[in-house]
Design a protein around this ligand. Structure first.
Ligand code: NAI
Ligand code: COI
Ligand code: MG
Length: 358
């Protein structure tokens, strides 16, 4: 059996708790499915800065480059807010995405029947929601030139530059159309082309890729502000949603909460060489260290790792089924708790999931 090298980066805050719990789940998967995981633990974020002076040490990047996949927790925390932009913890995840070329971020949003009561939406609106958000991850305003402060016409100002090139849009559009062909064959491209030049380039590129290569896929377009409200009033309309970096970031937190909590939504960041798997949420400083964080988003990210990087579909199914059986039995962390359910902390939720893995 060839070992499968996984670089594990817990990061900061609840990243530490949920990643440890996720690795326990992968340990159980290894016992049953004999995958041969070899975990290499590395630092990134504020904790890495405290220990090494860098939020993204070179040895962490090197380990990721050699790995079959990367499991990431979250980075950030108020105690590092005073640092200069290049030393902030968030620079670690942005740097990893860029340096590993992780240009696709998949964020699957499903409102299952057992979780429908947790949606802030009425059940008749939420029922049947199954959206795959395909977010561009290494371009756009998060990676454009920026100016922290300058004097312009006598006033201090700052600016961030949004830019997209045609090849960047072509490759994410192709990924979205391919994904749609394996689902309900419907892509909604989200932009702000009534205002932004980058969005107009985005839209005409998506249309050309569609017409030349994917005419069989149903394509429609939506402005991002309308998309935000359509998510709340008619989410089953959507199948694949393809959008840029910042719109995807914001829309996916909204979509996550439709399915109960940001603590439930996993993600896969896919590149040519390696891929990284992380929950969509951050390091949650408000609950860090209390042991109450919901580990499900991280655990489901591990299922995505098994599916997308290792082609271990049965093991991925086993995790997803264990999570849904655990929820069906009423186990709930605080973020998804309702009276009458079994309130558990993060470790207890993990134990319950472990007990359901077959
Ligand atoms: N990929 C990453 O590493 C990300 C890092 N961040 C960083 O995280 C820090 C905190 O950012 P926030 O805006 O507060 O976003 P956040 O996602 O960390 O937390 C937002 C809210 O959701 C709750 N929450 C998040 N994950 C949860 C979980 N697993 N279980 C239960 N509740 C959960 C938190 O308690 C908080 O009330 C910042 O430094 C931010 O830059 C934010 C997003 C992504
Ligand atoms: C920490 C940010 C850079 C990113 C973020 O919020 C996200 O990717 O969801
Ligand atoms: Mg985000």
């Amino acid at each position: 059996m060839m070992a499968k090298k996984i670089t594990v980066i817990p990061g900061d805050g609840i990243g530490q708790e949920i990643t440890e719990e996720t690795v326990r789940v992968l340990g159980k998967i290894d016992e049953i499915y004999k995958i041969g995981f070899q975990f290499e633990w590395k630092e990134a974020g504020g904790t890495a800065y405290d220990h090494t002076g860098s939020p993204l040490p070179e040895e962490t990047i090197e380990s990721c480059r050699k790995a079959d996949a990367v499991l990431f927790g979250a980075v950030g925390g108020d105690q590092w807010d005073h640092l200069t932009p290049d030393l902030r913890p968030e620079k670690a995840i942005l740097g990893l995405r860029k340096q590993l070329g992780l240009y696709v971020n998949l964020r699957p949003v499903r409102i299952s029947d057992s979780m429908i009561d947790y949606s802030p939406l009425k059940p008749e609106i939420a029922k049947g929601t199954d959206i795959m958000i395909v977010r561009e991850l290494v371009g756009g305003i998060y990676f454009g030139d920026r100016c922290e402060s300058e004097i312009h016409n006598g006033a201090e100002r700052a600016w961030d530059l949004e830019n997209y090139s045609v090849p960047e849009v072509e490759r994410i559009a192709r990924f979205a159309f391919e994904a749609a062909r394996k689902r309900k064959n419907h892509v909604t491209s989200v932009d702000k082309s009534n205002v932004l030049a980058t969005s107009r380039l985005w839209r005409r590129t998506v249309i050309r890729v569609h017409d030349e290569e994917y005419p069989d896929v149903k394509l429609d377009h939506m402005y991002v502000d309308n998309c935000a409200q359509q998510f709340a009033i008619h989410p089953p309309f959507f199948d694949v949603v393809v959008t840029g970096n910042m719109f995807g970031d914001i829309l996916s937190d909204e979509a996550a909460v439709l399915s109960g909590s940001v603590g439930m939504l996993p993600s896969a960041s896919i590149g040519q060489e390696t891929s990284l798997y992380e929950p969509i949420h951050g390091s949650a400083p408000d609950i860090a260290g209390k042991g109450i964080a919901n580990p499900i988003a991280a655990i489901l990210s591990a299922a995505m790792l098994l599916r997308y990087s290792l082609n271990e579909d049965k093991a991925a199914d086993a995790i997803e089924k264990a999570v849904s059986d655990t929820l069906d039995e009423g186990y709930r962390t605080g973020d998804i708790y309702k009276e009458g359910m079994k309130k558990v902390n993060g470790i207890e939720m993990t134990e319950a999931i472990l007990a359901h893995i077959k």
